[in-house]
Design a binder for this molecule. Sequence first.
Ligand code: SF4
Length: 211
Amino acid sequence: MALTADLTLLDGGRKLPLVEDFYTIQGEGYHSGKPAYFIRLGGCDVGCSWCDAKYTWNPKLYPPTDVETVVARAASCAAQAIVITGGEPLIYPLGELTARLRERGLEIFLETSGSHPFSGVFDWVCLSPKRRQPPLDEAFGRADELKVIVESEEDFAWAELNAARVGKRCMLYLQPEWSVAERMMPAIVEYAKAHPRWNISIQTHKYMHIP
Ligand code: SF4
C-alpha cells in the first residue's frame, strides 16, 4: 500500500490530503493547555506499532482539499494558534499552507517525526523522533521541542541520542506511550528527576476527553 499521496494531484501544495480539522486544546508538550486549531494531514510511512492515528496512514482515503478552504475555516474561529499534524505532514510541500496561515496572523506549530525534508515556515517545531524511521539531519536544528515517546526503559537511551543532536534551547520532553502510561510513569518520573533537562509530557487531552 502506498502511504504517500500522488504529489502531482496536490498542485504544489495548494491542495493537501486532509483527514480532519478542528478547534480544540493542545494536550501535550510545550504548548499543552493552549487552545489551537488542528489541521491533520493523511499519509505516514513510519509505521509505529503503537500509533494512535493509524487511520491517517493511507492518504488515498483523504481526497486533496484546497488549502484556502481549510485556512478560511481556521481563521473563522477564535483560534490564535494552528497545529499542523498527521500522519506525517512533511511528506507534503507545506509552503503554501503556512504562507496562507501566516497572512491571517496565525501562529503555526508543527508536529513531525522529522523523517521527511522540511518545507513551510513555523513558529514552533515539535520533533518526535521514531526509531523505525529516524529524523533527517536537518530536523534536529529545526526543533524547538523534542518529544520522545517512551514505551520501555530502552527508550531513555534513544531519547538521549536524539537530545544530543538538538540545539541548546530545545525543550526536552519524555511522554509515555498511552497504552503503557500507567506502568511506565514511575520510571519516567525517576528518570526526569535524575536528568532534570527532561520534562514530562502527558496526553492531557485524553483525560479531558477531547480530540
Ligand atoms: S510517525 Fe506518528 S503518525 Fe506516523 S506511525 Fe508514528 S505515531 Fe503514527
